[in-house]
Write a protein that binds this ligand. Structure first.
Ligand code: XUL
Ligand code: CO
Length: 435
């Protein structure tokens, strides 16, 4: 028996590009083969429990707008109802994965022992639902930013008791993720940063965070968790300054604390924009270091300067993101998590489903465009041509020589480089042929 929440909404079908049905896939055909692999296996879509089921529609100026039957989420009965609703939507969408924070799936009880008990109870319940539905866990994570205990950070908190509470919380969430067969575990440090340097010992906080992450990795090995540990960069919001600012900052941090072979990155479109980067920049930076793990797919409003977490709807942007993902060999344990929420006026169950359908379709369309660009090879040829000067033995050996040797050669051979076109517009026009 279903809840009735999604009454009138049938399982979403692939109807092809000409379909006018707002609740049908026009591009996402899970079984279509793209570059030798099923589309579903490339994209590995996940629904985010927090935005789709836990979020009540509030904003800084107004309270809840959604008023779902499972809100407010302060007891186990409503937590189970929320899980039932989630699996009803998974059945409708047919996406292979979902993701959660502990605080999305269980009520907050105010102390660790109770939080642990309800987390164990609800994950037992979710495990049963997973058995029936076949939907899998892409990643679990701990919400260490909403409750007031986290207001000055989790592992970076000046109070060691908060560090301890954070360690216990992450242990419980890693255990729960492993119990549910999660393929990754994410750490996003929303409050691992500061509001003012006037009260912040920046070096001590970063050392504590580095040590904390090492403990997480040690524990992962202790329990034999096979998934990937992922860190998710974001420059600010809610902290004024967050230590995990962007991909490059995280990579430097991971190297400093000896974690470069243990931890990868979960990159989010909206966070890239807040950091002043394009999404493909963040993906390319991580891929260049072999640290591309997973993505949170969404879109930020380009005017507001906030993390608006809208569903993606821009094919060229999505196509370039998947271009760099495919170039890096595609996802292994990672996937495409919709860390995206409907607007607070989008009240109906149909809005929630249509948002995911549209997001999945845009990603499928972007993936197909990316694959077509890779198969055509135009961008790669242009790149090779642009750097071809480095193919000569003389250029290559220069990297093993020294400044004075190079200077002598410049004088001797009267080296005087001639500038060449970067062909940006021609390349932009090329991309437009595919999107
Ligand atoms: C916040 C954000 C988080 C992480 C998981 O901006 O992206 O939802 O993805 O904690
Ligand atoms: Co995210």
């Amino acid at each position: 028996m279903t809840s009735g929440f999604f009454d009138g909404i049938e399982k979403i079908q692939f109807e092809g590009a000409d379909s006018k049905n707002s609740l049908a896939f026009r591009h996402y055909d899970p079984d279509e083969i793209v570059m030798g692999k099923r589309m579903e296996d490339h994209l590995r879509f996940a629904v985010a429990w927090w935005h789709s089921f836990a979020w009540e529609g509030g904003d800084p100026f107004g309270g809840p707008t959604f008023e779902r039957p499972w809100h407010p989420q302060d007891d186990m009965g409503r937590a189970r109802m929320k899980a039932d609703i989630a699996f009803e939507m998974f059945e409708i969408l047919g996406q292979p994965f979902f993701c959660w924070h502990d605080a999305d799936i269980r009520p907050e009880q105010g102390n660790f022992a109770e939080n642990l008990k309800t987390l164990e109870e609800i994950t037992d319940y979710i495990a049963e639902r997973m058995q029936l539905s076949g939907t899998r866990l892409l990643w679990g994570t701990a919400n260490m930013f909403s409750h007031r205990r986290w207001m000055a950070g989790a592992s970076t908190n000046p109070d060691p008791d908060v560090f301890a509470f954070a360690a216990a919380t992450v242990k419980s969430c890693l255990d729960a993720t492993q119990k549910l067969g999660g393929e990754n575990y994410v750490l996003w440090g929303g409050r691992e940063g500061y509001e003012t340097l006037l009260n912040t010992d920046l070096k001590a906080e970063m050392d504590h965070m580095g040590r904390f992450l090492n403990m997480v990795v040690d524990y992962k090995h202790k329990i034999g968790f096979k998934g990937t540990i992922l860190v998710e960069p974001k420059p600010q919001e809610p902290s004024k300054h967050q230590y995990d600012y962007d991909a490059a900052t995280c990579i430097g941090f991971l190297r400093k604390y000896g974690l470069e072979n243990e931890v990868k990155l979960n990159l989010e479109q909206g966070h890239a924009i807040l950091a002043g980067h394009s999404f493909e920049h963040e993906i390319a930076v991580a891929a260049a270091e072999g640290m591309l793990g997973s993505i949170d797919m969404n879109r930020n409003d380009y005017q507001s300067g906030w993390d608006t977490d809208q569903f993606p709807n821009n094919t060229p942007e999505v196509a370039l993101a998947y271009y760099h993902i495919l170039k890096a060999g595609g996802f292994t344990t990672g996937g495409t998590n919709f860390d995206a929420k409907i607007r607070r006026q989008s009240l109906d169950a149909k809005d929630l489903v249509a948002a995911h359908v549209g997001g999945m379709d845009i990603c499928a369309r972007g993936l197909k465009a990316a694959a077509a660009m890779i198969e055509d090879g135009g961008l790669e040829r242009a790149l090779q041509e642009r750097y071809s000067g480095w193919d000569t033995p003389q250029a290559a050996s220069m990297l093993d020589s020294s400044l004075d040797e190079i200077a002598a050669r410049v004088l001797q051979e009267d080296i005087n480089p001639k500038p060449r076109s970067g062909r940006q517009e021609i390349l932009e026009n090329y991309v437009n042929r595919f999107v």
